[in-house]
Write a protein that binds this ligand. Structure first.
Ligand SMILES: CC(C)(COP(=O)(O)OP(=O)(O)OC[C@H]1O[C@@H](n2cnc3c(N)ncnc32)[C@H](O)[C@@H]1OP(=O)(O)O)[C@@H](O)C(=O)NCCC(=O)NCCS
Length: 148
């Protein structure tokens, strides 16, 4: 499947991104704090994968490039169910590695989300803490090659 990855447009794409995020139960806080803030869109922290033929959004990442700590926090990634297993999640993560100004990407994932944990592990993320979210989640991170 041919797709491109670009910054999301809040005015025209927020609703569909929100809907894709809510396809999974692992997205309870979605649409509240970080994601609903207009600033995240303006800063380019929400990026979408769009299918070339239709222009439909097949997935997205939502991040924060921290200022005080030298790391990017991945808040959420989701790919629409019909498009799972097509390499879109991997491409979104590769895009994130390109976009981040830092050498480190961190994320928190629920312990029961075995699929996502396997996905992150496949992409080189390592578990750093198993006591996040009051014991319900784990912290994973990946160290990148230094940026030139
Ligand atoms: C996790 C998610 C983003 C993966 O997206 P995807 O587009 O299906 O993943 P890809 O097709 O790009 O897979 C990338 C690689 O991970 C591997 N992978 C994916 N799921 C895997 C699994 N359950 N077990 C082992 N490997 C897995 C793929 O085999 C592929 O490996 P490759 O490099 O050998 O080709 C997607 O399943 C999703 O949206 N899940 C629901 C939302 C969610 O839980 N998000 C995480 C919240 S913290």
């Amino acid at each position: 499947m041919i797709f491109s990855i670009e910054p999301a447009n809040r005015n025209t794409e927020h609703d569909i991104i929100n809907k894709i995020g809510k396809q999974t139960s692992y997205c309870k806080d979605f649409g509240s704090i970080m994601f609903s803030s207009e600033g995240a869109y303006i800063k380019g922290w929400i990026r979408v994968a769009k299918i070339a033929v239709s222009g439909a959004i097949a997935g997205f990442t939502c991040v924060r490039h921290k200022v005080r700590a030298p790391e990017t926090m991945l808040y959420f990634i989701a790919v629409v169910k019909d498009c799972n297993g097509e390499g879109i999640g991997k491409a979104l993560m590769a895009d994130l590695e390109k976009q981040t100004p830092h050498n480190r990407i961190a994320l928190k994932v629920e312990k029961t989300n075995e699929h996502a944990i396997a996905f992150y592990t496949r992409l080189g993320y390592i578990t750093e803490s198993i006591n996040e979210y009051g014991g319900k989640g784990i912290l994973m991170a990946k160290q990148l090659e230094p940026k030139e």
